[in-house]
Ligand binder design. Structure first.
Ligand SMILES: Nc1ncnc2c1ncn2[C@@H]1O[C@H](COP(=O)(O)OP(=O)(O)OP(=O)(O)O)[C@@H](O)[C@H]1O
Ligand SMILES: [Mg+2]
Length: 158
């Protein structure tokens, strides 16, 4: 489902999703440069109980944080040459390790995403007085029942 949200509402959504997710959940974050994937991850991580400031995993592709409610794996696959290269960094072990994975630029590895995952796509939008907004498309790919449950939990409806 798609909605146009303020930054404040997106920060709220990140927190609610952080409370919602259970182990082995993958969140695919999709959107152009600067649409808010990292900011979303930071707010999610904070609510998750992670005290450290998140660093950019751009050059390492993945960084892990172990002091939250569950292990958290933060991927940024922007610089990956091809989708298959993700396996060289132990992708499968991370996503099946009883933690939660957030993947920035997940569209680049779309073919390698699990059967079921939470998909969040951000797009630039402008409000009536030119304030910055974002269109947020939130879905649970591969699981319509879970999608309904999730949308209800995070209060994402029209
Ligand atoms: N939720 C938000 N609250 C306030 N500002 C935001 C928010 N999301 C994005 N921004 C603004 O957009 C900028 C870029 O956001 P961010 O780094 O999260 O984007 P990104 O999608 O991770 O970009 P990249 O593709 O380069 O990694 C921020 O520095 C901030 O100015
Ligand atoms: Mg980013």
């Amino acid at each position: 489902m798609k909605k146009i949200l303020t930054f404040k509402q997106i920060d709220e959504l990140a927190k609610k999703l952080s409370d919602y997710v259970s182990k082995n959940t993958v969140l695919a974050l999709i959107g152009d440069l600067g649409t808010g994937k990292t900011t979303f991850t930071k707010n999610f991580a904070k609510e998750f109980g992670i005290h450290e400031n998140l660093k950019s995993p751009t050059f390492n592709y993945v960084l892990e944080y172990l002091d939250g409610r569950l292990p958290l794996y933060h991927f940024d696959v922007y610089r990956l040459g091809s989708a298959e290269e993700i396996y060289e960094i132990g992708y499968e072990d991370y996503i099946n390790n009883d933690g939660v994975a957030l993947i920035e630029w997940a569209n680049i590895i779309e073919s390698e995403l699990p059967k079921k995952y939470i998909r969040i796509e951000f797009e630039y939008a402008l409000g009536e007085s030119d304030e910055e907004l974002r269109t947020v498309d939130l879905s649970y790919v591969g699981d319509k029942e879970k999608e309904e449950e999730m949308l209800k939990y995070v209060d994402f409806s029209n």
